[in-house]
Design a protein around this ligand. Structure first.
Ligand code: XIL
Length: 600
């Protein structure tokens, strides 16, 4: 890295912002970064601390020669009163939204402790969000290299920061922030959604942070336009709003109506509305990623667990609030499926142990309050009442091919089906190379299909411990076998969703479980599930290649005409409804007529 601090010239608006926030003016850059350009780098050798502030406010930031990696000096942060105290660097005043950056730094905790490199931002409702980017634990210098970072225009007060498990001193050296090289996606590949559209929807799961990576979103656009799941943003811990729930209790005296916020999901909901991508809602009732206060008297952290009766009302109101808010604020987003209940059965087919998932991630507060799995039926009853009429309701689980769990899911599904409460079973399919075998997986598909309900593969990823060329080939074979099984049972399967797009962004990143690598390039697994597939011919107007011309295609064409969206060469051809070699408002009129005619 460059050992020199870079001083940049800056524009008036940014200068004013810097003055207001007391960030040194000469540090900041206002112009668009060229790829690879260093925005800021320092090795602290000149003895100056710039750009960094303390998160807690009480920290002392100074340059020290006690410790260093390069040269003789480093930044030291002392006076950390809480483990979350530490140095932060504000990004949104020097970086542009929807652009990828790379950050490198050497960091050391004085005592043996886990060093976290994390990010914070504030959403449109003023709520702060934190996410961990990378962690390493030791009392030696650890090196974070080229950690990818980006943010969307609706995020403000965007910081990266370092913290560690103790309140000891933290040291930072060789901090570098640069614009990431832009790696284009491969344009010549066939689209996964299009190739599989005659069998089922082929989609993916992404997180809000992915929206700001242009190449990542090009992959989503090209390969996964048939279905979108939000990796985290519609889970209870993102949606349930404790402050608003407490305020509601204060105002009304009632503590049975949990209040919600969709702020974390907003940018993704807007994206799906604008691009006409149907959404799988994930997930309403789950033991994990659900706060304990939801189950406690007065919605307070240390209240007693509520009664089963109160929890039935709370769950009903929560599901109602989610569905009503989505319908009111996001009428253009099509929720075609919801995971109503997630992961309620153990491998042996019994309910989870009663408890708080905060103290033991396997335990369930639902079982704590209900005493058993009877909450499942109530959840489906409420979801049926409030979900859109054409939205299908699923039970979703992992290890779904293990006998005990499989039989429990089957029995539960048959009971719910008898009362018209459930539409399908979601097989998460978090698999590993060699386990289960494709044959075991197929057996589970058959078992679930035999309920007569719909089946969806909801979170497919296949890890490999061996990331060599050979390992990736073995992984490709397993992907191919699993997709073969899905195609064979396509009559019973309406969607196959891959849990992520590029390996580096996966929740199981170390074992590279996805179809694209961190450089946005297709892996052997991609080719194994596309080679030899017939490239379908689409009707004019079917812009999202989902096999029909619908209102979603109208949305896409409108966006293109408003220059809010680029079209691929194939989409340009499909959009030319009037066949005059141009794509314009006449094509839109004709498409609207076609859709209206097909509806009447
Ligand atoms: C995972 C997300 O991918 C992670 O980002 C998060 O930290 C934990 O949850 N089964 C599910 C998904 O139903 O919601 C989980 O997603 C993966 C396992």
């Amino acid at each position: 890295m460059s050992k020199k601090r870079l001083h940049r010239i800056l524009g008036g608006a940014i200068a004013a912002a810097c003055a207001a926030s007391a960030i040194p003016v000469q540090l900041m850059t206002a112009h668009a970064a060229d790829e690879g350009e260093i925005i800021y780098a320092t090795d602290f050798e000149d003895g100056v601390v710039e750009g960094f502030t303390g998160r807690g406010g009480a920290e002392v930031l100074e340059v020290t020669d006690e410790q260093s990696v390069s040269g003789d000096k480093a930044l030291t942060v002392s006076g950390r009163e809480e483990s979350w105290n530490g140095p932060q660097f504000r990004l949104d005043e020097v970086c542009k939204p929807n652009t990828e950056y790379l950050i490198s730094a050497n960091v050391k905790s004085e005592w043996y402790s886990q060093v976290n490199f994390s990010m914070e931002y504030t959403d449109t409702e003023g709520e702060r969000h934190y996410s961990n980017l990378k962690s390493q634990g030791t009392d030696q210098w650890v090196s974070f290299e080229d950690v990818k970072i980006s943010f969307t225009p609706d995020m403000t007060n965007v910081y990266v920061y370092f913290e560690c498990g103790d309140t000891c001193k933290l040291y930072v050296d060789d901090f570098e922030l640069k614009a990431a090289p832009i790696i284009p996606i491969q344009d010549d590949l066939p689209s996964l959604s299009a190739l599989y559209s005659k069998y089922f929807k082929f989609g993916t799961a992404i997180m809000a942070s992915n929206l700001s990576s242009p190449s990542f979103m090009d992959l989503v656009d090209k390969h996964f336009s048939a279905s979108m799941t939000f990796g985290n943003e519609l889970k209870p811990d993102f949606v349930l709003n404790q402050a608003a729930s407490l305020a509601y209790v204060e105002e009304t005296g009632e503590d049975d109506n949990p209040q919600i916020s969709l702020a974390a999901a907003k940018s993704m909901l807007d994206y799906c509305a604008a691009n006409g991508i149907p959404v799988r809602g994930h997930t309403l009732v789950w033991h994990s990623q659900t706060p304990d206060w939801f189950f406690k008297e007065g919605f307070s952290n240390d209240g007693d667990w509520v009664s089963k009766e109160k929890m039935i009302t709370r769950m009903d109101n929560y599901i109602k609030n989610v569905m009503e808010t989505l319908a009111k604020d996001y009428p253009d987003v099509e929720f075609y499926a919801w995971d109503v209940v997630n992961e309620a059965w153990t491998d042996s087919g019994s309910p989870r142990t009663a408890g708080s998932s905060k103290s033991n991630p396997e335990e369930s507060a639902w079982v704590k309050v209900f005493g058993d799995n009877s909450f499942i039926r109530y959840a489906f009853e409420s979801a049926r009442k409030y979900a859109p009429k054409d939205c299908k309701l699923y039970y979703n689980d992992f290890n779904e091919y293990i006998d005990g769990k499989m039989n429990a899911i089957y029995d539960m599904a048959m009971e719910l089906k008898a009362d018209g409460l459930i539409d399908g079973i979601g097989m998460q399919a978090h698999l590993d190379v060699g386990f289960p075998t494709a044959a075991q997986f197929e057996r589970a598909i058959e078992k679930y299909a035999s309920t007569g309900l719909d089946v969806q593969v909801t979170e497919l990823d296949i890890t490999t411990p061996d990331t060599s060329e050979n390992g990736l080939k073995t992984q490709a074979q397993m992907y191919s076998d699993i997709l073969d099984a899905c195609v064979k049972h396509a009559d019973s399967i309406s969607a196959v969703i891959i849990w992520g797009v590029t390996d580096d962004q996966s929740w199981r990143a170390e074992k590279v479980p996805l179809l694209f690598d961190g450089e946005f390039q297709a892996k052997p697994a991609f080719y194994s599930i596309t080679d030899g597939m017939e490239v379908p011919v689409y009707a004019t107007g079917d812009l999202n290649t989902d096999g029909k011309v619908s209102v979603n295609d109208i949305v896409l064409l409108q966006k293109y005409l408003l220059t809010l969206k680029k079209f691929s060469a194939q989409q340009m051809k499909l959009a030319d409804m009037t066949r005059d070699g141009k794509v314009n408002a006449f094509d839109l009129t004709m498409m609207k007529k076609r859709v209206l005619a097909s509806q009447s």
